[in-house]
Design a protein around this ligand. Structure first.
Ligand code: ATP
Ligand code: MG
Length: 196
């Protein structure tokens, strides 16, 4: 199954972003983007790709251990940008050092489990929209004019959402089909709360 590890912001934070992003849908080029579904908005810590079902129990055991070794931390959604001319994203602010350490811990155990995860650097983001066609669709999508994605990112650049607590680590499953990818939480573990 297609797996990734993520932190899922609370619905209140997603609602705030959904409200803040609504005006973007009226901008030039917006109709040529695939806007991600707010219900599925997440923060990917590691992308694992296809993992044989037989390897999942050992992976879960390791992820559970990582969750217990990293503390809850405060984050907020903040700012926006794009990856090339393909992805419009929203960034994260706050105790991102804790988030970064959690992601490193996750990537380490994923590797120890013998799973090849994405080797790109960790760029904490939430994907708001993508340019390009959906999986399996031949439909030719017109490319965005240069700068349209950047203008959308600029419109959200100064936006900052409310602070919330990242308190759980999720092993997520992604199912690709003809429509948008469907994400479901396979298993979740609480992050540590240490007594002061
Ligand atoms: P779609 O592929 O339909 O555009 P998606 O990218 O959200 O949707 P997946 O490809 O299953 O669905 O990816 C699941 C999550 O992992 C997403 O957050 C995605 O951005 C991230 N992801 C996918 N591929 C990689 C990769 N090679 N490196 C880093 N993150 C990735
Ligand atoms: Mg993808």
């Amino acid at each position: 199954m297609r797996l990734f590890v993520a932190v899922n912001p609370p619905v209140e934070a997603l609602q705030e972003l959904s409200d803040a992003a609504a005006p973007l849908h009226g901008l030039s080029g917006a109709d040529r983007l695939r806007w991600s579904d707010p219900d599925g908005w997440h923060l990917t810590l590691a992308f694992l790709g296809e993992v044989p079902a037989a390897d999942v129990p050992a992976l879960e055991e390791r992820l559970g251990r990582v969750a217990g070794e990293h503390g809850v931390h405060r984050l907020r959604l903040a700012g926006a940008g794009c990856f090339g001319d393909r992805v419009l994203w929203v960034g994260f602010d706050g105790e991102t050092w804790a988030l970064r350490r959690l992601a490193e811990g996750v990537r380490t155990v994923v590797e120890e489990a013998g799973i090849e995860s994405d080797q790109h650097g960790f760029h904490p983001h939430l994907t708001l929209a993508r340019a390009g066609s959906t999986h399996g669709q031949r439909r030719a999508t017109r490319r965005l004019a240069a700068g349209e994605l950047q203008l959308m990112a600029a419109a959200l650049e100064g936006w900052r959402g409310s602070e919330w607590e990242a308190s759980e680590l999720h092993l997520m499953r992604s199912e690709l089909g003809y429509g948008p990818a469907r994400y479901t939480s396979v298993r979740a573990w609480p992050l540590a709360r240490w007594e002061a």
